[in-house]
Design a protein. Sequence first.
Length: 149
Amino acid sequence: MNTMMKWNPFKEMEELQDRLSTFLGRSRPDGGATESLTVSEWTPLVDITEDGKEYLIKAELPEVKKEELKVNVEDGVLTITGERKFEKEEKGKKFHRIERSYGSFIRTFTLPDNVDATKVAADFKEGVLLVHLPKDEKARPRTLDIKVQ
């Protein structure tokens, strides 16, 4: 018996989005048709900027305690690790929706050749980690005034 099914391109797109979201460790904002209270893995968002003296990495780490963070440099690679712990259900308190991600994370960045790895410093306040990557003195651009004769 040969039955025909109606093709729904939007359903296929939703399924693809669900698969990609699972692969990337992110949950869809709408939660999909069969929403459940699962907690997905997370990766903190970062901004990386540069000026004449340094590179600066800003990582968003809301509700992460300073004691839960570790920053290190090894073989030209900066690694930031930590954990945002999930709030446990308390008696009389129910969770109806969980969209934020929790758990351990790791971010790694290959340092440019002109970074002085011995002078890397980090600050953490108000949920933002600032990692300062100073440029090597030899690699900094210099302006030399040349006298024309």
